[in-house]
Design a protein around this ligand. Sequence first.
Ligand code: PLP
Length: 422
Amino acid sequence: MSQSKHPTLRPETDVLTRGFDPSLSVGSARPAVFRSSTYVFSSPEAAERAFDIMGGRAQRRPEENVDLVYSRFNHPNAQILEDQIVPLEPGATAAAVFNSGMAAIMTALLAVLEPGDSIIYTVPIYGGTQTLIQSFLQPFGIHGIPVTAGDTRGIDQAIQSAQKLRVILIESPANPTIVMTDIRRACEAAANLHPAHNGAGAGERPLVMIDNTFLGPAFQHPLSLGADVSLYSATKYLGGFSDIIGGVALARDSSLMNRIRSKRSLFGNIMQPDECWILDTRLPTVGLRMNRQSKNAQRVAEKLNGHPKIKRLYYPTLFEDAEQIRIYKEQCDYPGGLLSIDLHGGKRAAFDFLRSLKLARNAVSLGGAETLACHPRSTTHSAWTPEDLDEAGIGEGLVRISFGIEDWRDLLADFEAALESI
Ligand SMILES: *Cc1c(COP(=O)(O)O)cnc(C)c1O
């Protein structure tokens, strides 16, 4: 829909003022919900034009109003949401919304990967993403190359040596040990790759895609670091209340986004109008919520650091590894709302701790206004082998906490009491 009239506005202002024209919603100050599955054309010629543009046979002219067609392809609430989310991701020119984070990841990958291509991906990575690559893309002839998150030299070497490398998919920080991977460095390695070097088509350098769910959009800006696509599970911080499932892809290059959108039309995984409307109401507060969540996590992490029942604590301001400290300082504005603690006493201690919590709730997922805690080894990462879990630092005593927006002093008291109960 309409672009911002003031292209220099800061994100917090832009998100509230662009992308929505009240005159198209009978003057309503907030967008209406358009639940129609199909749209009446203004003329047969306009219908023909809309199909030509959708089919890639014609290009939309700047300022041209193209008729809507059918809600699997596009609908007003998706357009409004996409226009309003763009300013939250520095460097983005276009967005596409999906009915889950997995749908966003899958569609972005399948928009560019072909049989015979390679994809490099960091591990640990979200379980669904790992299964998508290993159990779905590999049998289709796409070669998956895992690299250890945070292993800067290992990633450089993988980029240099991969054949027909099409995508580098990085999740940073990694879950649940908060290991960070140098995004800028991977983007530079991809950009410097000579096209003839690894058999990709002429002029086709590999695309860098970042799963930015844990620190974006407030604290980490992959497109500014050189990445091509920033991906989200909007179920987490963007949605912010543990009440919707959604996904977003954002890109610097709008023609790449058109490729992703055309696959979305084919797969039928666009976000539905009601969900778009809900997510749209959450955008103006995502920065406020994430700041509060990060402050809560940081205060509690720093208070719990050194607690006799805690073997090790994983939080960016408490990193000890020099390379991790460097990446954190260069790449992130704030440490974020996720904290993992490894308890003395293994699984039993972790389960006692979770059972004793009164305020924080024992659930997977993250990013909501309420504090959640889980035991990754027996839940989110239970499909891993014991060797892989140990190597990634996902021990029997590890508990991951996603901070909400409660008062941090109440949360600290809750955690201290639960630690005493072990
Ligand atoms: C939750 C999550 C996903 C998957 O998102 P869904 O909305 O559940 O499909 C992908 N990546 C990360 C990092 C996640 O936390």
